[in-house]
Design a protein around this ligand. Structure first.
Ligand code: KIV
Ligand code: ZN
Length: 432
């Protein structure tokens, strides 16, 4: 029996919405080393990049965007190092990004000399504001910009026939663009690339900046899914950012709307408020009984590496990984958790109040689940003394000792650990 329940709309068990739940893992693409890296105050050096790459491989990512090789020497050198030192496992494909500009495309393909496989990712802006203010191009010129550079991809790839190429196109600022125009540009690019169901290309639709509610983005994805030419030869991908704090929701709804691949970063690093948080989406799937096919069974080790590579701390309230997310201080929560642990039998579905995931599944212990401060009740205190010191306290003793604990906490104004409680208990009752 599965440990986690696949939630259908609660209370409506006789109804099914085939697209209202996710039933399998998407194709994941980590862009920690590209979009994540380009947002760092101090971008990663080669050593940090390599450590991040190895961590991503260990988690189980099969597609990893490793950089923007035409953007800097470090980016170029890192791609060369991966290839020349044979660091790319056979089941992993690296991806690199380039803008639609001749010399950048040439440099990008140069960085990939000798790669066994590669995804080359072409982008140009399509939104009206970018057309008008930045590029100074009309719609026809944007279509020509995209398709002429797509043609360059064909030419460069033909010169490096020993690499297995996959091409990816992103209409940058898709979410701020009329879908009919986005379709026109994407169709022009895929006409040049002529993918087949056996050799697909990737079409990646970004919320470069998140402007709308996630359902609007999902509606746009569904429209593209239904209307793109050559849909059966395309892997449809999304690339949400998180400007409204709804990147995860946008990504999940987009998967329900027809996307089959998703791009993001670990713990939501990335430009401004970040990229879609891959860990959130993966563990959200996991807690609905769907294997994400990524391994987060030692989430603290992954977090430590990511904090080191990005030099940005992960927030203590970050879903699934923050220091405080498995902890209850409040007395009523502690009481419910204690009772649920006591009632739980091996093999039961995970149905614990206030704990959406078993902390042990991500390598956490139960130690942090109950912590005692001025918000806590006698149940939490008794739980800590019993679990850490084997002290079983009758209810009356709990009530009595809790008065002492409250007095101490009122003065100290801070949390008491199991050791503090034990010391207090020994002092109060004269035990050795
Ligand atoms: O957010 C974005 O639009 C991007 C593109 C380059 C895909 O990162
Ligand atoms: Zn991005």
């Amino acid at each position: 029996q599965a440990k986690y329940r696949a939630f259908a709309p609660i209370g409506l068990k006789d109804r099914t919405w085939p697209d209202a739940v996710l039933t399998k893992a998407p194709i994941w693409l980590s862009t920690d080393l590209r979009d994540g890296n380009q947002a760092l105050v101090e971008p990663m050096d080669i050593a940090r990049k390599m450590r991040m790459f190895e961590t991503l491989v260990a988690i189980g990512f099969k597609e990893i965007e490793v950089g923007f090789p035409s953007a800097s020497q470090i980016e170029f050198d890192f791609v060369r190092k991966l290839i020349e030192e044979d660091r790319i496992p056979d089941d992993v494909t690296i991806q690199v990004l380039t803008q639609a500009r001749d010399h950048l495309i040439a440099r990008t393909f140069e960085s990939l000399q000798g790669a066994p496989r590669a995804i080359v990712h072409l982008y140009n802006a399509v939104a009206p504001v970018m057309r008008r203010v930045v590029l100074g191009m009309d719609e026809d010129q944007i279509v020509e910009l995209a398709s002429s550079h797509a043609r360059m991809f064909n030419e460069f790839a033909a010169k490096q026939p020993n690499t297995r190429w996959t091409f990816q196109y992103s209409p940058e600022m898709f979410s701020g663009t009329d879908v009919v125009f986005s379709k026109r540009v994407v169709d022009a690019v895929t006409e040049v690339w002529a993918p087949t169901p056996e050799r697909k290309c990737i079409v990646n639709l970004p919320t470069t900046v998140e402007h709308s509610t996630p359902n609007i983005f999902a509606d746009m994805i569904e429209w593209m899914h239904r209307n793109l030419a050559r849909r059966d030869s395309i892997v449809l991908c999304v690339h949400p950012h998180n400007d409204r704090g709804t990147g995860t929701a946008a990504g999940e709804l987009a998967l329900m709307a027809g996307a089959e691949r998703i791009e993001g970063c670990l713990f939501g690093n990335g430009e401004r408020t970040g990229n879609l948080d891959l860990v959130n989406v993966a563990l959200n799937l996991y807690t609905q009984g769907v294997s994400p096919e990524l391994d987060f069974s030692n989430i603290d080790e992954i977090r430590a590496t990511v904090e080191h590579c990005n030099q940005i701390p992960v927030h203590p309230r970050h879903p699934y990984v923050g220091d405080l997310v498995y902890t209850s201080f409040s007395g009523s929560h502690q009481d419910a958790i204690k009772k649920a642990f006591a009632a739980r039998k091996d093999g039961d579905i995970w149905d614990m109040p206030y704990l959406p995931i078993d902390p042990k599944d991500v390598g956490r212990s139960y130690e942090a689940v109950i912590r005692v401060n001025s918000q806590s009740g006698k149940g939490g205190m008794a739980y800590l003394l019993e679990s850490e010191y084997g002290l079983e306290m009758p209810r009356r003793l709990q009530m009595e000792f809790m008065q002492t604990v409250q007095r101490v906490m009122d003065v100290a104004g801070k949390e008491l650990t199991a050791a503090d409680l034990w010391e207090l208990f020994v002092r109060e009752y004269g035990l050795e």
